[in-house]
Ligand binder design. Structure first.
Ligand code: CA
Ligand code: CA
Ligand code: CA
Length: 117
């Protein structure tokens, strides 16, 4: 359940673009140890991507490669789900999910060096 809570935090960060940087920064401070899989003190883009890929897989309970609203009803509001569903086909495909979270990484990477300190 801890992991689910973290995913919620990450997803919630994406709903308010103006606040995303500060919220993400606070979140990374708390979760950095878990995201920093090679323990070098920074979260590289690849580490973040790997983590979010795992997160997607754990959310996709019926393993069809997309998130149905029922699969994420506990972590996303209807509005958040709609925002993630870029092509508006009613499901959040893995590519839509990853686009979303990687945009968040880019926003949080203030120094633009491809890693989060
Ligand atoms: Ca690292
Ligand atoms: Ca699914
Ligand atoms: Ca979609």
């Amino acid at each position: 359940m801890k992991k689910l809570a973290m995913i919620t935090t990450i997803l919630l960060c994406q709903t308010a673009p103006v606040l995303a940087q500060e919220q993400a920064a606070a979140m990374y401070q708390g979760q950095k140890d878990r995201l920093d899989s090679n323990s070098n003190g920074t979260v590289e883009r690849a580490e973040y991507q790997a983590f979010m890929t795992t997160a997607f897989t754990s959310l996709d309970k019926n393993k069809d490669g997309s998130l149905q609203s029922a699969e994420v009803e506990k972590v996303l509001t209807t509005q958040q789900f709609a925002l993630s569903d870029a092509n508006r086909d009613g499901v959040v495909a893995q590519s839509e999910f990853m686009d979303r979270v990687m945009n968040d990484f880019t926003a949080a990477d203030r120094s633009k060096d491809g890693s989060l300190q």
